[in-house]
Design a protein around this ligand. Sequence first.
Ligand code: UD1
Length: 341
Amino acid sequence: MSQNDIPRRILVTGGAGFIGSHTAVALTEAGYVPVIVDDLRNSRPEVLDGLERILGHRVEFHAVDCADEEGMKAVFKTPVHGAIHFAADKAVGESVEAPEQYFSNNIGATAKLTQMLRKAGVQHLVFSSSCTVYGEATALPVGETAPIQPAASPYGFTKQACETLLGYSHAAGQGELGIALLRYFNPIGAHPSAEIGELPIGTPANLVPFLTQSVAGLRSELTVFGEDYPTADGTCIRDYLHVCDLAEAHVAALQWLEGHSGAMEAFNLGTGKGSSVKEVISAFETATGRAVPHRFGDRRPGDVMAIYADASKAEDLLGWRTKRSLEECLADAWRWQEKLA
Ligand code: UD1
């Protein structure tokens, strides 16, 4: 077997989740072998069936907590080429109620996993970060050199802390472990096959799943949080990108790490274009021909008014940019919702 024939196994923690499952597809399409590690505390085993229908084979799956050293032994038995660390708690509101859980599950687990990766001699790590590290941006679009603002929530703090921790790990390893920090803006949509998508457990906290559930009649209506922001139409602005575009960025980051041994860089992942909540509603209506039942309510505490990415670094270094439109994102999200409902 030549060097090129050795399967490039990529550990995907949280691989049964929304972004992780789509990344497992993109990895496979690029010739990697995803190995999903997910204890299913916030995802469902049916995701693995959806992946099988898309890929035509079962993905290697380990139902363990990625911070459980004993449980992870089986994963590391076969050489691991790289890791993408998605597994984390991600609800801003919940993090305010349960900060200890967020510190332990997000920061503690990242520390444990990174220790295991270094011990196993893994050379590439892609970390799932967030635009939340920028807080209320002082200038738009936000580039990677924008100041990291004090976190607005425990969740936001955990992303900042993990980035800092990984900086120390990188230094301690003296470049043995290359790291890409991917700062996502707002991932939405679903795989066009409607075999995988977002599976919020309980009431969705995010805009698009709440919107599609309202259109499907599972919720009476969407509440738009605030119509009095100093934006063009009074509603908040975000940078919504298709989860399949985002998944492809992980592959691009991995390939970049392979060519830049021991590097560490942060990349913004977004479209570069801001859309207001009202624009999302009207894009959904255009894309699907369905009306969105909605009303305008109070601002949601902790929301920033506007944020969108300067994603030119990802384009210049990774050769990655988004390809799918907002309408495509929303049509795919709706196809997925229709299948669920
Ligand atoms: C937040 C975090 C992001 C995190 C994500 C995970 C910030 C700045 N962003 O994204 O880092 O990864 O949560 O969950 O902390 N909206 C409504 N009605 C709803 C729901 C949302 O109007 O029922 C509005 C919000 O006010 C916001 C926009 O829709 O303007 C998007 O909200 P959401 O989908 O929750 O994402 P963020 O808060 O941007």
